[in-house]
Write a protein that binds this ligand. Sequence first.
Ligand code: SF4
Length: 396
Amino acid sequence: MTTPTFTEPLPSALLLLGRGADLASERGVECAGDLPAPSDPDLVERARAARAALGDRAFVLGHHYQRDEVIQFADVTGDSFKLAREAAARPEAEFVVFCGVHFMAESADILTSDAQQVVLPDLAAGCSMADMAAIDQVEDAWDVLVEAGVAPRTVPVTYMNSTAAIKAFTGRHGGTVCTSSNAHVALRWAFDQVGGLEGDGKVLFMPDQHLGRNTAVLQLGLTLDDCVVFDPRKPGGGLTAQQLRDARMILWRGHCSVHGRFSARNVADVRAADPGVTVLVHPECRHEVVTAADMVGSTEYIIKALDAAEPGSSWAIGTELNLVRRLAAAHPELTVHYLDSTVCFCSTMNRIDLPHLVWALESLVAGRPVNRIVVDPDDAHWARVALDQMLALPGY
Ligand code: SF4
């Protein structure tokens, strides 16, 4: 039987991230308040005391990719959509403290009542993928589709990992939001709105090109030639009108800076080192990685797969490192490799650290909420339309 173990990335990769070397390099910037020093030995006690003082008035959400030092204070953990729904299901919680990134806090604000305030402990905790699709760029892209004559036969589908403004754009144009778990259902629905998979209708998929491509090709049976990439930095998206007319999937040029770094070489290397390994990756990984892997699925899927794994079996996981470390710790009966020896944590997610959490909680106790996330009411309405459309998809 294989000796249970967890293969950590190289220490040099961690040093590059500032872990243990330069903590300030991962810290959020331009915080308005007085953050406690990271070296304060009482940080855990202070967080406990503030959390206890708030009681049911606060609800703390922790995304799967958060640091251990933060996740220990989460009332519930999960992916972004699950967390937003959990917050909405607790109307008695006056404050929702979202330990995640900006777009997730926006979704929580959209789905919770007006009486609930959503707080993001560090406003610098953004998402590089969400930031790759700015609303002005998307409006311009739609104009390009109009000029090419394809807009009336195009349905926008936006991944949960997008700003509220992009979700609102999607709602205004009759589209839907999707998650990594239901992207295939959302795409089928979207194609059905414009003549079905056999017709010539199109989907504009934002902002993650990899999730869109992987879903369309591996789950809907479209081909790589059916997919084009719209680059917002190039005139006309870098595409001709004919390319847009011929395409079925118009993929926004965006990606996750964590999952986009795994390579087919990583898969080959781990197979060479451990021939019995099962390679399980997230669908935000590049197409060649997903096709080289044995299994592909969302964060929740990865968690369930390891929960159900045969004791003694060996796994290589291609997703964010905080989660993989916790899964390895929770499953000492398994051998768990991190798929890439140099891939990093989600650096923006990691901006939420204990000093920021303590600052946010203590400010609530003092009656001075900080870093409140409020979505523009019109955007919130239309984003809600797109989110409701997702909830109306089969399977919800
Ligand atoms: S892991 Fe990727 S998609 Fe998720 S928050 Fe970080 S950058 Fe964004």
